[in-house]
Write a protein that binds this ligand. Structure first.
Ligand SMILES: [Cu+2]
Length: 239
């Protein structure tokens, strides 16, 4: 029996929607007894390129032209603001207490924080500056939110329901860039200036761990956690 092409394309559209909008495996909070810890350091040993930021407008707020590194590397090649997280975790510890909705602020024409990890859900986009920002977030090439913030202290709530990486830029200031890692479980960390991270109360088992920084991109590795012990990882990011 021939299939009506319009019916077929309709069916394919339904299937495609079902695939792309399927929720990630939902994480269940439960008591973790005899959990382990994953800790380590993220390093990068390659060249550190810089980008020249040419301020073309709003100089009073945005400051002057400058060079900025594409990756922040400190003593002993430690990488600052690398994100480390576990994927496909079925259950485990509670989410950290969230005093208020996480924020992405525009401060002196930079995103503050520049890199953050949030639980899938609400985010407030804020403008601390007395100039227009147009804050535009993307999952890949698809717009996640696109907000004009003409007024100082403006605040607009958005929802980032889907786990994934959201790159943020500003349609008014082309040099602005920020990163939001939306996660579906609380097993994540972000490195400080010493490159170190710690992920606690991990139920014993083997997991896939991802470490990522915007310039190098991600690395993935298996990690096995034993109850009551600390698993040490030295993670090298490579371009
Ligand atoms: Cu801007």
């Amino acid at each position: 029996m021939p299939i009506n092409p319009r019916v077929l394309s309709g069916l394919l559209a339904i299937i495609a929607t079902a695939i792309t909008s399927a929720p990630a495996q939902s994480y269940e909070v439960g008591a973790v007894t005899g959990g382990g810890t994953i800790e380590g350091t993220v390093v990068y040993r390659g060249d550190v390129p810089t980008k020249k930021i040419i301020i073309t407008k709003d100089v009073q707020t945005c400051g002057g032209t400058r060079e900025e590194p594409l990756i922040r590397v400190g003593a002993d090649q430690a990488v600052e603001s690398a994100v480390v997280y576990l994927v496909d975790v079925a259950s485990g510890k509670a989410w950290p207490e969230q005093g208020k909705t996480p924020e992405l602020d525009n401060v002196k024409c930079r995103f503050e924080p520049e890199v953050q990890v949030i639980r899938a859900g609400p985010l407030d986009v804020v403008n601390a500056d007395p100039v227009l920002h147009n804050t535009h977030g993307y999952y890949g090439t698809r717009t996640a939110f696109n907000l004009a913030l003409p007024n100082q202290d403006q605040r607009i709530p958005v929802e980032l329901k889907r786990p994934g990486t959201v790159r943020v830029d500003c349609d008014a200031h082309g040099w602005m860039e920020g990163w939001i890692y939306v996660v579906d479980n609380p097993y994540y960390a972000i490195t400080g200036a010493d490159g170190k991270f710690t992920i606690t109360d991990v139920p014993p088992g083997t997991y896939k761990l991802v470490a990522v920084q915007s310039f190098t991109g991600p690395v993935e590795m298996p990690v096995t956690v034993t109850g009551g012990q600390s698993t040490k990882l030295d993670i090298e990011l490579k371009k």
